[in-house]
Design a protein around this ligand. Structure first.
Ligand code: ADP
Ligand code: MG
Length: 456
């Protein structure tokens, strides 16, 4: 049963998340209706509970309805050691982390180990394929400057912007350029999630020293999506030390996030402020001109003839982000080759029905408040009042969360609509609901129902 659950989990969450967070779990025992799962560390336990507990429970009960509860226990240290001695019980962990002395003595294998630490770069994400426009020109200029300077022109470079606006693309572009200019430079690009996992793994194998040395030997460290580094002091601590050491040694750091350093509320204050010391470059939402430019460039790359009218239609209607815009173009091109017909606006409209509808739907904060008030059967005045009783505070938080998710409004703007609350209150509400939704099915159901109602 456990292997069935694991197989389903893997299919649901994808290989990367699976091998990072779920593969290291072991079935400890099944005791009547109770299942106990062993987790290597407290940190992993917290993460798995917050992100995957519902899924694990759901899958398990779907396979065996008798199971009532699932407990995740941190494996005692002794057990963890014996698990290490038994390779079958361990996640595939190539011996990339070597003792410090050995790493010093063997720079070649050190470089290989560094490569292992990072993530693969997408060869398509270069400066050459990145279309520059008003919303991103500042970020691009900063990225090019970092990529071509032998010494850090500013440290760190902090790139931030909404999802699908090109942060990851730009980071990969920096890495490609740096390696092109000097193949010996040690570049490590990885997601914050992977950074945390590497750290946890090093802790587990009691090999943190060499882990630290390894990380600290890079010339350019890029950590993507740092909004995911939060909670757990030890990881923050490690991140901060690595960061400071690299800066002291004159190595370049590039960070990305979906929000500005000051809005990274999961991070300690001193880290937040430190992240803002270099250059902070904001990637703004796309304009019509940029979207059209990107579509033209992509059409050229795909070597397909697409009428300008169709590109203009897409640029004016798919406004959410570049990822969706690319997806829309790919779908149309695919459809055209499938049915062997020329590309037209009619065809685009037909193929992209769902996407167009989602992009058309602009939900306002007022609509969200109204829907939430109706859903929970409370009064509109409770959305803005100072009342703190759970019966009204929770729905209010849900409304703030939805406002953040479904509208382009900033945290301070949202706060204003909720009786002049400040942005940290809104941020707290967003986090709180995210966390609850992961643990509590009824909240997750509420959110889904409300989203359906609002987005039609
Ligand atoms: P983020 O990391 O900010 O969520 P990505 O870098 O993953 O966004 O970008 C999403 C997709 O959009 C990628 O395929 C990327 O190549 C493309 N993209 C984003 N901005 C641009 C741009 N200005 N020019 C060309 N492609 C872009
Ligand atoms: Mg990204």
């Amino acid at each position: 049963q456990w292997s069935q659950v694991r197989g389903l989990l893997r299919a649901e969450v994808g290989d990367t998340a699976y091998s990072t967070w779920l593969k290291p779990l072991d079935l400890a025992c099944v005791d009547g209706d109770r299942v106990v799962i062993a987790v290597p560390t407290q940190f992993m336990r917290d993460w798995v509970v917050a992100h995957y507990a519902d899924r694990i429970r759901g899958l398990w009960t779907s396979i065996n309805p008798n199971v009532r509860s699932i407990a995740l226990n941190v494996r005692p240290a002794a057990a963890a050691n014996s698990a290490q001695a038994n390779p079958a019980a361990m996640p595939a962990a190539p011996a990339v982390i070597r003792p410090a002395e050995q790493a010093e003595a063997a720079p070649a294998s050190d470089a290989a180990a560094l490569e292992e630490l990072g993530a693969r770069l997408d060869p398509r994400f270069t400066f050459e394929t990145f279309v520059v426009g008003k919303p991103n020109e500042f970020a691009v200029a900063a990225a090019e400057r970092v990529a071509s300077s032998p010494k850090p022109p500013f440290n760190p470079l902090f790139l931030y912007g909404g999802v699908g606006l090109g942060k990851t693309h730009l980071m990969h572009a920096i890495a490609h350029r740096v390696k092109q200019l000097d193949p010996n430079r040690r570049v490590v690009y990885l997601s914050a999630e992977k950074f945390m996992y590497q750290f946890v793994r090093a802790l587990r194998s009691k090999d943190t020293m060499s882990f630290k040395e390894l990380f600290r030997s890079v010339d350019l460290l890029m950590v993507d999506d740092v909004q995911f580094i939060s909670g757990k002091d030890s990881t923050q601590e490690e991140f901060f030390h690595t960061f400071n050491t690299l800066v002291d040694r004159g190595r370049q750091i590039v960070i990305s996030a979906d929000r500005s350093p000051s809005d990274l509320s999961g991070l300690e204050e001193r880290i937040r402020s430190r992240l803002g010391w270099g250059l902070v470059a904001d990637i703004h939402p796309t304009t019509y001109e940029l979207r059209l430019g990107i579509l033209q460039a992509k059409a050229e790359q795909l070597r397909v003839e697409i009428p300008l009218r169709v590109l203009e239609f897409l640029a004016s209607r798919i406004t959410s982000n570049v990822r969706e815009l690319e997806g829309a173009l790919n779908r149309i091109v695919h459809q055209a080759s499938l049915v062997q017909k020329p590309i037209s606006i009619d065809m685009a409209q037909e193929v992209l029905k769902d996407l167009l509808r989602a992009n058309d739907r602009r939900v306002t904060i007022e609509e969200i408040q109204k829907a939430v008030v109706e859903h929970y059967n409370i009064r509109m005045a409770d959305m803005t009042s100072a009342r703190r009783s759970r019966a009204v505070a929770r729905p209010r938080q849900v409304a703030m969360y939805l406002a953040k998710q479904l509208t382009p409004r900033s945290l301070p703007e949202i706060g204003k609509k909720f009786g002049g609350r400040d942005h940290t209150t809104v941020m707290h509400a967003v986090r709180q609901i995210e966390r609850l939704a992961a643990e509590d099915r009824s909240i997750a159901d509420d959110l889904e129902a409300l989203k359906r109602k609002l987005q039609g």
